[in-house]
Unconditional design. Structure first.
Length: 114
């Protein structure tokens, strides 16, 4: 493995940029450069953190269309990934549809995963 001063952030930043520009996978790039993949990922994460960037990208939920078969009162529970919980008991389907649409369209849900 290559010996590099662990404090040399500029070197790591340039190395990470070279890997991205190369189009190679991190695995192939690390083999070519004689680097540990674990070290590469750790330095990449630390650089992101030092810039105040998140190391994880929140996943957007996948919503699927549903068809309401009847309009009789029903019990329903819907939980959004950001923690909003909607529990409805004995409500007509059109009301459920309106409430879910309103929560999903709220500005709070547009700013963060909802």
């Amino acid at each position: 493995m290559a010996k590099v001063n662990s404090g040399d952030w500029r070197w790591w930043q340039e190395l990470i940029q070279r890997q991205q520009a190369s189009g190679q996978s991190i695995e192939k790039f690390c083999v070519q450069e004689k680097l540990s993949q674990a070290t590469f990922y750790a330095r990449k994460r630390r650089l992101r953190e030092s810039k105040g960037e998140s190391t994880r990208t929140p996943a957007r939920p996948t919503l699927v269309p549903v068809q309401i078969v009847n309009d009789r009162p029903a019990n329903l529970e819907v939980q959004w990934p950001n923690g909003i919980l909607l529990r409805i008991q004995g409500c007509e389907a059109r009301m459920v549809k309106a409430v879910v649409a309103t929560i999903s369209a709220s500005s709070k849900c547009r700013e963060q995963p909802c």
